[in-house]
Design a binder for this molecule. Structure first.
Ligand SMILES: [Zn+2]
Length: 261
């Protein structure tokens, strides 16, 4: 099996002491491709450095998460533009809207989402999108750009049917995390995942976050890591009623197509 984890926050402090072992375990578990998520300019730079230190296995995105929108300024877009041209950087993002925690005011979130969206349209660079509790505003903004929109993924999809349909209608890929393993809040995804065409489905851990709740025993400090991707794969394959090997091959192929790997 050669799996692709399209979203892992490997620059997170949780991986500072043992990243080498984490990558070894990922390889051992069949995870052959990992896209390291950039969430601020500085963090995106570190993600790029990681990708360049582990060519083939690691790739990076460059962007500013909506939580950090309030920290953006006149240097942000030039910095992301420069990063987007560097080896190992395969997408812009993560960017989008997060109306769940509201760490940044909505006007700031929209302003910097738009700016990154415009940059991706201009460069024709794939987009790694984050949307939480921001439906339908998020899709509205994308729709206004639809004729120029590059290939894009709505990562960590946790929404409901109308939101999923809006994304598919926009031609987006959809990233499924271990949220689908959560019997309290992710149950609806077991049905919804069947509505995602097999050429639009992607898998991700969002490590170190979103450790699958049905993983036993739970890892130390409940830290999620790319080696747990096969666990998510099995749950998704079960929901689809398809062999895990097939879903692994489809989703890894989709990751290669989306990010041009
Ligand atoms: Zn996200």
């Amino acid at each position: 099996m050669r799996l692709a984890d399209i979203g892992a926050n490997l620059t997170h402090a949780a991986f500072r002491d043992d990243l080498g072992e984490v990558l070894e375990r990922a390889r051992g578990a069949g995870v052959a491709t990992i896209v390291v998520t950039g969430t601020t300019v500085e963090d995106s730079r570190r993600a790029m450095q990681l990708a360049q230190a582990h060519p083939g296995l690691l790739h990076a995105t460059a962007g500013v998460h909506p939580h950090h929108a309030r920290e953006c300024g006149p240097d942000t877009i030039p910095a992301l533009r420069a990063l987007a041209g560097q080896p190992g950087v395969v997408a812009l993002g993560e960017c989008g809207l997060d109306f769940n925690r509201n760490y940044s005011p909505h006007p700031d979130q929209e302003k910097w989402f738009l700016a990154q969206l415009e940059l991706a349209c201009e460069l024709g660079k794939p987009l790694f999108l984050h949307s939480r509790d921001a439906h339908p505003r998020f899709a509205e903004i994308l729709r206004a750009h639809r004729d120029r929109l590059p290939q894009a993924v709505a990562h960590c999809f946790t929404g409901e049917r109308d939101e999923l349909r809006a994304y598919l209608e926009l031609g987006l890929y959809v990233g499924i995390t271990g949220w689908i393993c959560d019997e309290r809040r992710g149950k609806h995804l077991l049905g919804l995942v069947r509505e995602i065409p097999c050429d639009r489905l992607l898998l991700e851990t969002d490590a170190p976050y979103l450790t699958p709740r049905d993983l036993h025993p739970q890892p130390k400090a409940r830290r999620n890591e790319p080696a747990f991707l096969p666990h998510i794969l099995r749950r998704v394959a079960q929901a689809l009623g398809r062999p895990a090997e097939e879903v692994a091959a489809d989703t890894a192929g989709n990751a290669r197509t989306l990010f041009g790997l």
